[in-house]
Design a protein around this ligand. Structure first.
Ligand code: PLP
Length: 386
């Protein structure tokens, strides 16, 4: 069998995923990593979602590669900042948005800078477009800092774009306004586009004073800025398959080319587009449930951490995850494996998200509170001082 080098050399499951598969479903197994919101016991107001999806005009297909005007108007209203619906293009997911932007901006062999730690899918999405994702590790000193010198040194004549997640997944940190200025100026100097993934921007938990809430706050960014989001997080509906790209600042000149790409696929379903205005209208009630739960889980974690002074957690400015800090005694992967074996509780090692050092475990704040409390109570005593 011959397959493209765009795919990973091996698709075999790791020892970690084999163990998790073997244990999943066994009595007493607790999963503290679930990020699929439809599996976390939230109240989905099913009747109103069903009504939104039951759209009368759906049999008369009117293809619009940019996406229906009504859906784009609702998305513009959701983001605010005077964003015109003309500057929005619909996709079937944020992942698809990345693929289209990579096709738009890059030729095969070009490079995309990705500060890490971050969402691990970028590596594959870029590789599947024939690109080289270049990871540039952030460093941890009280908080995560983008290494701006390293980002600048990583630029080559083949670099085309820089991708950031704001707030970041899983570190939960927003970009500071100072980092934003430095990043956007670097992109302007080097002729790069800036892709800003804001899927978690509405989930603000413990914000710091200088956080950049959204790239749209910069009214005239010095480089092309593409902001990405979607219903997967905004309305807790990953199964609806609706994402979008906001073309901000000088990125507007790319609209016709992006519409050309979208026209080859026409991938956004008519029902998702028709339902979007009504779903976005009531999505805040869904997000509020997440915020309430995340705050409860953080409080519970803080209570339980009081008895373990060698352990701590990082502040969560925004998003759905929290980083638990432990003395970096050995590999986080081995630690997570041991926790599954000894406590039947699943957490993710930081290196799943390319954290540059050991000493971090990642927990989902979507976890139902009783499972979260029980799981944390099981694992904390198993994280030794030395
Ligand atoms: C930072 C980030 N971007 C994008 C996505 C994927 O979103 P979508 O379901 O719209 O592809 C995720 C999913 O977890 C994510 O964490």
């Amino acid at each position: 069998m011959r397959i493209s080098s765009r795919l990973p050399a091996s698709l075999s499951p790791t020892a970690f995923s084999k163990l998790v598969e073997a244990r999943r479903g066994s009595p007493g197994f607790l999963n503290l990593t679930v990020s699929n919101p439809t599996r976390c016991g939230f109240n989905y107001f099913e009747d109103s979602w069903r009504k939104a999806l039951d759209s009368p005009g759906i049999l008369a297909y009117a293809a619009d590669p940019q996406g229906s005007r009504a859906a784009r108007e609702a998305i513009a209203a959701h983001h605010g900042h005077g964003l015109p619906p003309e500057d929005i293009l619909l996709t079937a997911s944020t992942s698809e948005a990345y693929s289209w932007l990579f096709k738009l901006l890059c030729d095969p062999g070009d490079e995309v800078l990705v500060p890490s730690p971050s969402y691990p899918l970028f590596e594959h999405l870029a590789a599947m477009e024939g690109l080289r994702p270049i990871q540039v590790p952030a460093y941890f000193h009280e908080r995560w800092h983008l290494d701006l010198d390293a980002l600048e040194s990583a630029c080559t004549p083949r670099t085309r774009a820089l991708v950031v997640v704001n707030p970041n997944n899983p570190t939960g940190q927003f970009l500071s306004k100072q980092e934003w200025r430095a990043l956007s100026n670097l992109c302007a100097e080097r002729g790069l586009s800036l892709l800003v993934d804001e899927v978690f921007a509405d989930f603000v938990l413990e914000p710091q004073g200088d956080a950049l809430a959204t790239a749209l706050l910069d009214e005239s960014p010095p480089c092309p800025v593409f902001v990405l989001s979607g219903l997967s997080k905004v309305a807790l509906l990953p199964q609806l398959k609706l994402g979008w790209i906001l073309l901000h600042g000088s990125a507007r000149v790319y609209l016709d080319s992006l519409v050309f790409i979208a026209d080859q696929y026409l991938s956004v379903s008519a029902s998702a587009q028709a339902a979007a205005p009504s779903i976005l209208g009531s999505a805040k009630a869904m997000r509020d449930q997440v915020l309430l739960r995340a705050r409860d889980n953080l409080r519970c974690l803080d209570d339980l951490l009081l008895a373990h002074s060698h352990l701590s957690r990082l502040p969560v400015e925004g998003g759905w995850s929290v980083l638990l800090r432990r003395p970096a005694l050995g590999d986080d992967g081995d630690c997570a494996l041991r926790l599954v074996e000894e406590t039947s509780t699943l957490v993710h090692p930081g290196h799943f998200f390319d954290l540059p050092t050991d000493g971090f475990l990642v927990l989902s704040l979507l976890t139902p509170p009783d499972i979260f409390r029980e799981g944390i109570s099981r694992i904390l005593p198993r994280l030794p001082v030395d």
